[in-house]
Design a protein around this ligand. Sequence first.
Ligand code: PLP
Length: 377
Amino acid sequence: MNLFNVYPLYDVTPQRAQDVYVYDENEVKYLDLYGGHAVISIGHSHPHFVKKIREQLERIAFYSNAIQNPLQNKLAASIAEQSCLHNYELFLCSTGAEAIENALKLSSFHTGRKKVIAFHGAFHGRTSAAVSVTDNAAINAPLNLQHQVTFLPFNDIEALEKELATESYCSVIFETIQGVGGLDQPSEEFVIAMESLCKKYGSCLIADEVQSGFGRTGTFFAYQNHPITPHIITMAKGMGNGFPIGGILIHPDIKAKYGMLGTTFGGNHLACSASLAVLDVLKKDRLQEKTKTLERYFRDQAAEIPEVKKVKGSGLMLGLEFDFEIGSLRKSLIYDHHIFTGGSSNKKLIRILPPLTIEEKHFDHFFSALKIALKNI
Ligand code: PLP
């Protein structure tokens, strides 16, 4: 049977991985500055992560949400402690898009409304409502167009107020740092305005932290650099370090009802153990705090490369912008220098989303390789 051919693939076949390195079938070692798309947070196959999952697997791997699962409560407590969001409630699912679906649906239940405001350049996933709030017509099927979504530019407070004043929107959904879109960010003034206008006109504010959350940008969630209180926060990716888990944090203004949300796999024993292990390591190794020092180091190194026109992003969600398309540069980095990097819908931007265990010496290696690759492409 053939695989449904939807992914343009690099010709690399990872067989094993350890911390910031991935090894192919010939034991060729690749430096992973992509983290499997911001997923690897505490490093590949971290010993504590492996131990916790293995121990859990030997006890009980899965049961549905029809029984008590104290691991979910433990996970909620740990997220509350590290995010300082003690009064929010947790609902667990398995992917980023599922977190978005649940966030949008909950905002609709809560407000009784069905329109959504999203932003130019947004990426929120591939499922029904998630893809409809994603600013990419090519990945929206006719079926997805049933959702009523208004796309606005970041930083246009007047346009936002004009829409919200119609009191027909259940939510405004935004990424504090756009991932797939190419690391653009709304201004602080706009973020604050989003919060106050949502309150004024009875809409929910959803912070999509699927990519930027779990310590990647120096605060537990990227929006926490701004003085706002979203109604719903979505998370996934780094939450499980490769084990599929997602979730939403829900402000206490939104009340739960039996049956409102649900899932078979979400919050299962293995997934909770994986995420608890991630949080243990994040805390013990102070990985979130270290991202800011690493960002400074990265920016200093990048400043020495004249071809780099701009450094975008925050913490370890970073991008290098050039004045040419970077497809062949990324190919050279992967095939000639054995370094994984990421792309985005901005074709001139290389994205750097490494495990949070990355060190300065790895960036030194990357920048030396980049200088050579830039000469040779
Ligand atoms: N939201 C953001 C900001 C993302 O970057 C992504 C995936 O890249 C998603 C949602 C969807 O997550 P998933 O691919 O796990 O469904």
